[in-house]
Ligand binder design. Structure first.
Ligand code: HEC
Length: 140
């Protein structure tokens, strides 16, 4: 089972998911997942949208975040979002790679809790799935 699908099962337990071209499609947000999405939307606007495009498909100052939960481990995301500089200092290979390929290093949000980051990730992936269906993704 691929990672994005297990993430889908875990976090979107109350949401129907189906596979189209091997990607889970979020068809409905309900209950707790909807609350997480709404909290995540506020947090994303407050902490992330100044650099990351809110359509989750296109680059802005920083890379597009759609699909990030399939590319990175959850624990890695918690650590990186809170303190990317620390991961570079500790020679985390993925953080080093991002740092070497890009001029800028992200400023972390050290006060975000695991739960708040989960909310942001629900918002990111649901928005990504939604926009991927409606928009034609352009080159990043
Ligand atoms: C001040 C600008 C800025 C803000 C604000 C910001 N980021 Fe970033 N982010 C970056 C930069 C720069 C990078 C590294 C280069 C890239 O991926 O474009 C990055 C990288 C990332 C990565 C790693 C991407 C990968 O390929 O693994 C994640 C995940 C991420 N940001 C999530 C977030 C989240 C979630 C927030 C809000 C809590 C946030 N960022 C806020 C600038 C920012």
């Amino acid at each position: 089972m691929n990672k994005i699908f297990s993430f889908c099962l875990l976090l979107f337990a109350v949401v129907s998911c189906q596979t189209a071209e091997n990607q889970p499609v979020i068809t409905e947000l309900q209950g707790e997942t909807l609350q997480m999405y709404e909290k995540g939307e506020q947090l994303f606007a407050q902490y992330c949208a100044s650099c990351h495009n809110a359509n989750m498909l296109n680059r802005a100052t920083a890379s597009a975040l759609g699909g990030i939960t399939a590319r990175r481990e959850k624990k890695w995301l918690y650590d990186y979002i809170r303190n990317p500089a620390k991961m570079v200092r500790e020679n985390d290979p993925q953080a080093l790679e991002i740092h070497q390929n890009n001029a800028g290093l992200m400023v972390g949000s050290p006060n975000l809790t695991d739960k708040e980051i989960d909310q942001i990730l629900v918002y990111i992936e649901a928005t990504y799935q939604n926009n991927k269906i409606r928009l034609r993704p352009v080159e990043r």
